[in-house]
Write a protein that binds this ligand. Structure first.
Ligand code: ATP
Ligand code: MG
Length: 466
């Protein structure tokens, strides 16, 4: 019962039911129309035959007299078929014919009559076995001839009624058949639909109970459910990836921040030991502040990456003049680069706009320039912005040692620093943020060999609608 209710609540079954109703109404209408039409046609034909025969007989009576008329009626009534003939005198006695047993009104009143009669008597001479006592239904026309004789010509129309009944029966069973067929087909389709929906519900229940790796089953049919399942699965992939990212961050924070914090604590403890001079304490405090600052920077970088990877709220996206952002940044960093004994050059095309997050794009550029200063040490740093084939390319190029091809994939991961860079301060998060920012804008971060040096390219699509 419950299952039936569930089936009834599906769109498929309701639509099927609606179509069945429309179909039945339409077929009953059609049936009625056809039955009516066909009986009308048959009736018209029979009436015409009857009238023709009456005219023939009247002509014979007129031209050749009563005797010839009787012979003609006798000949007609001997013919096999559904014809009914009667010729009688004014006392109601039959002279010739094949039916004598008429209701009195037929014998008295001229015109068209219909009545039931005992067919056995009418057609017994044809030797039909089943004709013994057979109810017939007659349509007759009764006329009074000029000679005073009564002529009745008619047809048995029982078969005509049978014909209508046969048509009706055919239609009736046809309609029932189609109704049953559609109900079964609708029910089966609805059950299939329900089964697919149930499998999706099952999966979401499993996922809610904690198994995020569950996926909605996809069949080979590639129907609308498969498309739904695929997009749900894509969404689940994305969610799982985000969850994994979150877990990585937590793990990284726990692991990579614990060491410096412990070191900080141990140093402070050592500075508090008796016998440490005031000057040494002062120095220890200064290092503590320095290392705390580095920790805060790392925290901020981690938070920024997490935010960029989770996808910044769309409100943070606006039309940004990338050329302006790059020019401002280059101006700001000019002294820093020069202090390091290097030169900063710009190659920024004017007026390049993009829907973007200004703060994150600025931070990404800063990270790249800081890396160039930190790891190239000499030569020039070039900041470039250009447009090419619907893409905006933001490039920072230096003339330093570059990154070996094998390491280029690794350095964009969190906390990854190459061995030779250990002497520099840093936490290995700079390029991770640049990469996350590029992905947030549906672009990529490419690291290329500038021969010599490194060219870092933030490659963003112009149509990054967010
Ligand atoms: N311009 C560059 N030239 C050579 N090596 C580079 C350059 N930029 C980055 N690297 C290498 O890639 C590693 C990762 O860089 P990333 O910016 O992610 O971290 P970081 O600079 O070490 O620390 P942070 O940027 O968080 O202060 C660096 O440690 C360095 O080894
Ligand atoms: Mg860096």
């Amino acid at each position: 019962m419950n299952n039936f209710l569930r089936l009834w609540q599906t769109t498929t079954v309701r639509l099927t039911a609606l179509f069945i109703v429309i179909f039945v109404v339409a077929s009953v209408g059609l049936l009625a129309f056809m039955a009516y039409q066909s009986t009308i046609v048959i009736q018209r034909n029979q009436t015409r035959d009857i009238e023709r025969e009456i005219r023939q007989i009247m002509r014979i009576e007129h031209e050749r007299g009563v005797r010839a008329t009787a012979v003609a009626v006798q000949a007609l009534s001997n013919r096999p078929g559904q014809g009914i003939y009667y010729l009688g005198d004014d006392a109601g006695r039959m002279l010739v014919g094949n039916l004598s047993d008429f209701p009195s009104s037929v014998l008295a009143i001229e015109g068209v009559h219909t009545f039931d009669y005992d067919r056995g008597r009418a057609f017994s001479e044809e030797g039909e076995d089943e004709a013994e006592h057979f109810e017939g239904y007659a349509l007759v026309q009764s006329v009074l001839l000029d000679s005073g004789l009564r002529l009745i010509v008619g047809r048995d129309i029982r078969e005509r009624r049978g014909f209508a009944a046969i048509i009706f029966q055919g239609f009736f069973f046809g309609v029932i058949g189609i109704v049953v067929f559609s109900a079964v087909a609708g029910g089966l389709t609805a059950r299939r639909v329900l089964r697919r929906i149930d499998s999706i519900t099952d999966t979401s229940t499993k996922i809610m109970s904690g198994n995020l790796s569950e996926r909605v089953p996809v069949t080979k049919r590639n129907d609308e459910f498969d498309r739904l399942a695929n997009s749900l699965n894509d969404m689940l992939d994305r969610i799982e990836q985000l969850m994994q990212g979150l877990k990585d961050v937590t793990d990284n924070v726990a692991h990579d921040l614990k060491t410096p914090l412990t070191r900080l604590r141990n140093k402070s403890e050592a500075a508090l030991r008796p016998g440490v001079s005031a000057k040494e304490r002062q120095k220890a405090l200064e290092t503590t502040i320095e290392e705390s600052d580095q920790l805060i920077r790392t925290f901020n970088a981690l938070l920024m990456i997490a935010r960029a990877e989770a996808g910044a709220p769309s409100g943070a996206f606006a039309d940004v003049d990338i050329s302006e952002v790059a020019t401002d940044m280059a101006e700001l960093y000019q002294p820093v680069v020069e202090d390091a004994g290097m030169t900063l050059e710009t190659n920024i095309a004017a007026d390049i706009h993009l829907r973007a997050n200004r703060e994150l794009i600025g931070q990404a550029l800063v990270n790249l320039v800081e890396n160039a200063v930190k790891y190239a040490r000499t030569g020039k740093v070039t900041v470039g912005v250009r447009e090419s084939n619907d893409r905006v390319l933001i490039e920072v190029t230096d003339e330093g040692p570059g990154i070996p091809e094998a390491d280029r994939g690794e350095v964009t991961k969190r906390f990854v620093r190459l061995e030779k860079s250990r002497t520099e301060t840093g936490s290995g998060l700079g390029l991770s943020l640049v990469s996350a920012v590029a992905q947030l804008h549906r672009g990529t971060l490419r690291l290329e060999d500038a021969e010599p040096g490194l060219r870092a390219i933030i490659d963003l699509p112009k149509s990054a609608k967010n």
